[in-house]
Unconditional design. Structure first.
Length: 219
């Protein structure tokens, strides 16, 4: 079982893939070895996909155990293939890189403050979560500035006390700050995790992994 790997030669795993407890969505061009490692490490089945032909699946998709939100420009055949596995809905706004815009676990979601009320209702319904608008480290791309498991939340190291308090209240979980991939503050970009396990980008250091394991409840 691997804890550190790259996807398409890149350590930003959260940009290229998205997972829940049953599935990991990976780009079509990910190597079979990488896919096998992901399946074993996360205890999931891989679903190769693209979003309008793009490989940055993780940036354009947010998934939990209840459903998937994808960018509005996903092709009909792509979303049909995803719906064979899980409930899926499109983000129809101009802002639609769902993986960047939404930080979610199975109960709660923090979202980009610019999303409309209509979109928030759709996220609540599809993911089965309570939703609030907010930022992390002053960034609206909360899906890449944080990562949430069902046991804890890890956020951008420059997140303010007020931002952390909002996340604690929303998720009802402990929140910690950390980095990934040798100092990247965008922790959501470098980690894939579910309730069974996690993987991080190859550049991630031992101390970073200790913080990640502690914050997300893998110890």
């Amino acid at each position: 079982m691997k804890r550190k790997l790259n996807i398409l030669g890149s350590p930003v795993l959260g940009v290229f893939a998205s997972c829940n407890d049953e599935l990991v969505f990976v780009p079509h061009d990910a190597s079979s070895d990488t896919v096998k490692d992901l399946e074993e490490s996360l205890g999931v089945v891989a679903c190769r996909t693209s979003v309008s032909g793009s490989s940055v699946v993780g940036s354009l998709m947010c998934s939990n155990n209840n459903g998937v939100i994808v960018a509005g420009f996903i092709l009909e055949k792509e979303i049909r293939a995803i719906r064979k596995h899980i409930k899926a809905a499109r983000l129809t706004e101009e802002l639609n890189a769902a993986g960047n815009l939404i930080l979610a676990n199975d109960t709660s979601a923090l979202v980009n403050p610019d999303l409309s009320n209509k979109t928030i209702k759709m996220i609540e319904k599809t993911l089965g979560v309570e939703v609030q608008r907010g930022t992390l480290g002053g960034l609206k791309t909360v899906g890449m500035a944080g990562i949430a498991s069902n046991k804890g939340v890890l956020v951008h190291p420059k997140s303010s006390p007020a931002e952390i308090a909002l996340v604690e209240e929303l998720f009802k979980l402990p929140v910690d700050i950390g980095t990934v991939n040798f100092g990247s503050p965008l922790v959501g970009s470098g980690i894939l995790g579910n309730s069974k396990g996690y993987v991080v980008g190859l550049d991630t250091t031992g101390p970073e992994i200790s913080r990640i394991e502690d914050a997300l409840g893998y110890l």
